[in-house]
Write a protein that binds this ligand. Structure first.
Ligand SMILES: [Zn+2]
Length: 346
């Protein structure tokens, strides 16, 4: 047997061993963890587990389908309009352009759908159902909001989850916006992105800037970039936990994003949440070991994560100050809705 064959056999053996170890170790540890904590923390742990691997869907998407759906002349306007500054490199400027295009020319915010029979804007949500949705590129089963107008007509609003279906519907609330934006940004810009989840019902995303050597905040609904204090300082949003979930690791980003109005939830065991994130990271690392070599994981996951955790200890390096030109309060959604959610900045 030649050297290459031996190496291939060794690799295959290592991969199968890791897979087996991953299944038994992670499931046992995970179940032991769940039985060691209280009901509220278990429920939160399930939500965090749901975030794990949520970036992998974008890998399976054909970039040509996405690029064909965009007006690239608007994404990349005249060269002289998009010159990079010293503070922002070319990629970051492209991202800023993309955020503006996505909000102003591409995706629509949905408060409540107009009646599709009489055009009435006075529709009210009366029920939720689970229904299949047949999209142009893929089919999915999703939660559907059912609305009635004053004349009794019914209009349905499916809350789509597959980014390709969103590429066609081009409408939704923050979940749909971020989901579709991540797919578009990965196809147009490339690089590392991650999904950011706030327990108090908001999501956004981040991009890893090799230029700045740190993760940069991006909110597609607001077309705002690198303003992590947007929620606490500008909206006045009260939050308890913010978590980032990327391809390589999950991280608690509460200190980066929550600088005011922090909600404490005594029923959630903070130490157990940290343990949960650590367990999820162990399984992600094992999964990644079957796909990448150690050198890759060391540089991209381990060093980057440690650097990020270290920078959280010093808030000045992690959190840029809020730009004063941003209008006060949340811009996406109706005024009544943002007020009710405590996001109007007042
Ligand atoms: Zn109607």
């Amino acid at each position: 047997m030649d050297e290459t064959s031996v190496q291939a056999l060794t690799d295959a053996f290592t991969v199968s061993q890791i897979k087996r170890a991953k299944q038994s170790v992670s499931e046992n540890k995970w179940n032991a963890f769940l039985s060691s904590t209280n009901h509220e923390t278990v429920s939160m742990a399930h939500q965090l587990k749901g975030l794990q691997n949520n970036m992998s869907i974008y890998d399976s998407i054909d970039p040509d389908v996405v690029l064909d759906s965009l007006d690239l002349l608007k994404v990349f306007p005249d060269q002289h309009q998009q010159e990079s500054t010293a503070a922002e490199d070319y990629t970051e400027t492209q991202l800023r352009n993309l955020l503006h295009y996505f909000k102003n020319d591409f995706f629509l915010w949905m408060n409540a759908p107009e009646c599709q029979h009489c055009g009435s804007k006075e529709t009210k949500c009366v029920a939720h159902v689970q229904e299949p949705f047949e999209g142009r590129w893929t089919t999915e089963t999703c939660r559907v909001e059912v609305y009635n107008c004053p004349l009794g007509h019914t209009t349905k609003f499916p809350r789509l989850n597959h980014p390709l279906n969103l590429l066609y519907s081009k409408t939704g609330r923050c979940g749909e916006w971020v989901n579709c934006f991540l797919m578009v940004a990965k196809c147009v810009i490339g690089g590392d992105f991650r999904y950011i989840w706030n327990v108090e019902d908001h999501v956004w995303c981040e991009f890893y800037s090799p230029h700045k050597q740190r993760w940069i905040h991006l909110d597609p609904c607001e077309a705002v970039m690198d303003e992590p204090l947007l929620y606490s300082e500008n909206w006045g949003k009260a939050m308890s936990l913010v978590v980032g979930s990327g391809e390589d690791y999950m991280v608690d980003l509460s200190t980066k994003y929550i600088t005011k109005n922090r909600i404490t939830k005594p029923q959630i065991k903070q130490k157990d949440i940290q343990r949960c994130i650590s367990l999820l990271n162990q399984t992600t690392l094992l999964q990644q070991l079957t796909r990448h070599n150690l050198q890759y994981l060391y540089v991209k996951a381990i060093v980057r994560k440690n650097k990020e955790l270290k920078s959280q200890l010093s808030t000045t390096t992690q959190t840029p100050a809020m730009t004063t030109t941003i209008p006060k309060g949340r811009q996406s959604g109706s005024a009544e809705w943002t007020k009710q959610r405590g996001e109007d900045g007042l």
